[in-house]
Design a protein around this ligand. Structure first.
Ligand code: 6PG
Length: 248
């Protein structure tokens, strides 16, 4: 991770602004290393962002043939199920951008042997993901790492099966070492119902990932809308770095 940054957008500018920040990191990785690996978050928050990234004329333009797409978590449902993260992303991103099929690495969470699916996915994931997108639930969960989950203790395995307290329960998720190793972690949070949790993680007393898993991303880039930032000192402005004016 590259050090905490907090960016706050008006809700109307959120999807476009977050998409631009993500695209800049993708383009930067490609210019440095020739390719970019990105792990996508599930849930509702990132979908308009993915749609923006896939839109015609979006700048900076993304050379999708050089982007390898992974997932941070997946539910044990078929790809065309309404709860499939891959299925949701396919509709808003893959269906609209020229992304080679071979570049998209879906997590096979529906495989009956989820242990082997997790192990294989962990082996396929790059050592350090260039851009790791995460979301956060109001309970502080991130990816499918929920408070109190044994997966939060994982130090070796990179992807593990979990049983989530939220349906659908059977899932695969990345583990803390994958988050810690990522080059850029981008935490995407919107909505007033998450404001208290955002403030607790960014400005509250130190906690543990077992209590609040999203704390694992505290050193990353937090991209918030104003309602999600409303519990922060000065609505998030207190976190602004002098050279970072984007979004404020
Ligand atoms: C998932 C996620 C999960 C999500 C949060 C926030 O597959 O459920 O990856 O961690 O990001 O639950 O979800 P919303 O964006 O829908 O609030």
């Amino acid at each position: 991770m590259t050090g905490r940054q907090v960016t706050v957008f008006d809700p109307a500018d959120y999807a476009g602004g977050a998409a631009r920040m993500i695209a800049e990191r993708i383009v930067e990785a490609i210019s440095k290393r020739g390719r970019c690996s990105i792990a996508l978050a599930g849930g509702a928050t990132p979908m308009p962002i993915y749609r923006a990234l896939a839109s015609k004329g979006f700048t900076p333009a993304i050379p999708w043939d050089k982007v390898d797409i992974y997932f941070g978590d997946e539910r044990a449902v078929p790809p065309d199920h309404k709860d499939s993260n891959y299925g949701a992303v396919r509709l808003v991103l893959m269906a609209h951008a020229a992304i080679p099929t071979a570049n998209v690495h879906a997590m096979d969470a529906a495989r009956p042997d989820r242990e082997s699916a997790a192990r294989e996915y962990g082996e396929a994931l790059p050592e350090r993901i260039d851009v790791l997108l995460l979301g956060m639930g109001p309970d502080g969960h991130t990816a499918s790492l929920f408070p109190g989950s044994p997966a939060l203790e994982e130090a070796e395995r990179r992807v593990v099966p979990v049983v989530a307290p939220k349906p659908p329960p059977e899932r695969l998720t990345i583990t803390p070492p994958v988050i810690a190793a990522a080059m850029h972690v981008v935490m995407l949070v919107t909505g007033a119902e998450k404001a208290a949790m955002v403030a607790r993680i960014l400005e509250g007393a130190a906690t543990t990932p077992a209590e609040l898993p999203a704390w694992l991303a505290r050193g990353g880039t937090w991209v918030l809308d104003k309602p999600a930032a409303s519990g922060l000192k000065e609505g998030g402005l207190a976190h602004r770095k002098p050279d970072k004016t984007i979004g404020f």
